[in-house]
Design a protein around this ligand. Structure first.
Ligand code: SAH
Ligand code: SF4
Length: 435
């Protein structure tokens, strides 16, 4: 999401004549786009600010800005504590950046941290380098208020972008030969543009170009409905991959987290999706060590992982965030217990991922080729519809952007290795832009 926001910021600044430099020594303005989701994300930014300080010492006229959630969360403190910071701008005030930069060059510090109920940057074309994969924010903010989460406070209330403007942007990506668009929102299932829901948006994006894969993230289990699953099943170019964060396997903890679903409800979604889309893959987010979490609760998390058999998972230790409801619950699970539980969760997930991938040996998959494999130019790397990395031989003039049907002959927990069966379609459909 921050990657997409950075492209919006670059779009705004490019419109004012700014250029991006690859070399920090050439920069007159340096922005760090920040994340507050867990404490370690914030600590990394303090580390980066330390590095930039030497730069500012040698070139005091450089403008340094903090953007994003940390700007929103820490506001004035950042400018007062970190003397090198000139500008602090939260996620809803990026339009004012050119103004803040001008003021900073004139020696004035600037803070823009108002949250908006309407800002969606609908009319700003993000600045994107040519490529195959694009991120596209379809909504901003979040109204869910999970008790551990800082997002509703740093990114504000939920609002959806206009459907037609999103489809127009997808068309432009198709014309530029992008092959994959990931639609982004904290809870895409509550997308609503005057009655048009997320399934409508997904269908409209999928119609643009059959060679353009559509992915999306993140689904909240409370709002994922049958219409969305049926829409996914209907279009070949909507990837059969659902990121469905469960957070915990214990209903008691889910209630304390204000996740608003039970494990039983969660499992009905998984079953329905598998019924409509055999072979659909799932990933999840899990938090270890939420306040009051017992060994029994933790065991329930391991149980749900074993039951669903996720293809992948993002797994975190609970990190208390000031201002959230969970902050007031204390942080009573000792660090070593959190570490142990997280290790058990990671180990189990690795075992499951390896087993699922092993069981897929002999299967056929369609892979979008993205580039050379990291290890050797004799191999190419791509991703399956289900979002797994696949390595294939670099033969037959196959190039990034081609779709290739492969047969899996080897697999690890993270990677599939395949033989090429055929190269399918790299031709383009005519796409009409309306604007
Ligand atoms: N909107 C998405 C998640 C956004 S944050 C959703 O609801 O699924 C991504 C993930 O970070 C969350 O799913 C959660 O697992 C994790 N996370 C958020 N706040 C956290 C905290 N305080 N401590 C640890 N992990 C957290
Ligand atoms: Fe945070 Fe919950 Fe909103 Fe996700 S749904 S961003 S976890 S408050």
């Amino acid at each position: 999401m921050n990657f997409a926001d950075t492209e919006v910021v670059m779009g705004i600044l490019k419109n004012k004549g700014y250029e991006i430099t690859e070399n920090i020594d050439n920069a007159n303005v340096i922005f760090l786009n920040t994340c507050s989701i867990r404490d370690n994300a914030e600590q990394r930014i303090y580390g980066r600010l330390g590095n930039i300080k030497t730069h500012k010492d040698t070139r005091p006229d450089t403008v340094i800005g903090i953007l994003g959630c940390m700007a929103e969360r820490l506001r004035k403190d950042l400018i007062e504590d970190k003397k090198i910071v000139d500008i602090v701008v939260g996620p809803d005030e990026y339009r004012r950046l050119p103004e803040f930069i001008d003021e900073a060059f004139a020696g004035e510090k600037g803070i823009g941290v108002k949250l908006s109920r309407t800002e969606t940057y609908d009319d700003i074309l993000p600045y994107r380098e040519d490529g195959l994969n694009a991120w596209l924010s379809v909504m901003r903010g979040c109204d869910k208020f999970c008790t551990f989460c800082v997002v509703p406070f740093t990114r504000g209330r939920e609002r959806s972008r206009n459907l037609d403007s999103i489809v127009e942007e997808v068309k432009q990506l198709s014309v530029r030969n992008f092959r994959e668009v990931t639609l982004l929102g904290q809870n895409v299932n509550s997308y609503n543009d005057e009655g048009r829901d997320f399934a409508d948006l997904l269908a409209a994006c999928a119609e643009v170009d059959p060679l353009l894969r559509i992915r999306y993230t993140t689904s909240h289990p409370q709002d994922l409905n049958d219409k969305l699953l049926e829409t996914m099943a209907k279009y070949d170019n909507i990837c059969k991959y659902i990121h469905l964060p469960v957070q915990s396997g214990s209903n008691r903890v889910l209630e304390l987290m204000n996740r608003t679903y039970t494990i039983e409800h969660y499992l009905t979604i998984i079953d329905k999706a598998r019924e409509l889309m055999p072979g659909v893959s799932f990933s999840t987010d899990i938090i270890a060590g939420f306040p009051t979490e017992t060994d029994e609760d933790h065991q329930k998390t391991l149980d749900i992982m074993a039951k669903v058999r996720y293809d992948g998972a993002y797994m975190f230790k609970y990190s208390p965030r000031e201002g959230t409801k969970a902050w007031k619950m204390g942080d009573d699970v000792p660090e070593e217990v959190k570490t142990r539980r997280l290790t058990e969760i990671i180990d189990l997930q690795q075992k499951i991922s390896a087993e699922i991938n092993q069981a897929g040996i002999g299967n056929e998959e369609v892979v979008l080729v993205e580039g050379f494999s990291k290890k050797s130019k004799e191999f190419l790397s791509g991703r399956t519809d289900t979002n797994k990395i696949a390595i294939i031989p670099n033969v037959d003039n196959i190039k990034p952007g081609d779709y290739v049907r492969i047969k899996i002959h080897r697999a690890t927990s993270a990677t599939l290795f395949g033989d090429i069966l055929e190269v399918i379609g790299d031709g383009k459909k005519e796409v009409q832009l309306t604007a």
